[in-house]
Design a protein around this ligand. Structure first.
Ligand SMILES: Nc1ncnc2c1ncn2[C@@H]1O[C@H](COP(=O)(O)OP(=O)(O)O)[C@@H](O)[C@H]1O
Ligand SMILES: [Mg+2]
Length: 61
């Protein structure tokens, strides 16, 4: 599945760090942070693990 994923290096780094308790994505606008994190969360959700995923933000500007 991941083999055929159209991913950027941001996704690959995110995937490689899947065992980290905290990940911080820092980078320029449109550098694929959001896209890659969504790809990562979708794959984790599809994995059959019993996970609760919450997506939140501090402010809605
Ligand atoms: N893996 C990808 N495949 C195709 N398009 C992508 C991919 N990653 C990013 N993009 C494109 O780049 C745009 C900017 O990415 P985004 O994740 O919104 O950037 P950021 O969150 O870093 O500001 C997206 O709207 C999308 O069009
Ligand atoms: Mg973003």
């Amino acid at each position: 599945m991941i083999k055929n994923l159209d991913a950027t290096p941001v996704f690959n780094k995110t995937w490689a760090n899947c065992h980290s308790r905290v990940m911080c994505h820092q980078g320029g606008a449109r550098s694929s942070k959001t896209y890659s994190i969504c790809q990562y969360l979708i794959l984790r959700a599809m994995d059959g693990e019993n996970l609760r995923i919450t997506i939140a933000r501090k402010s809605y500007t």
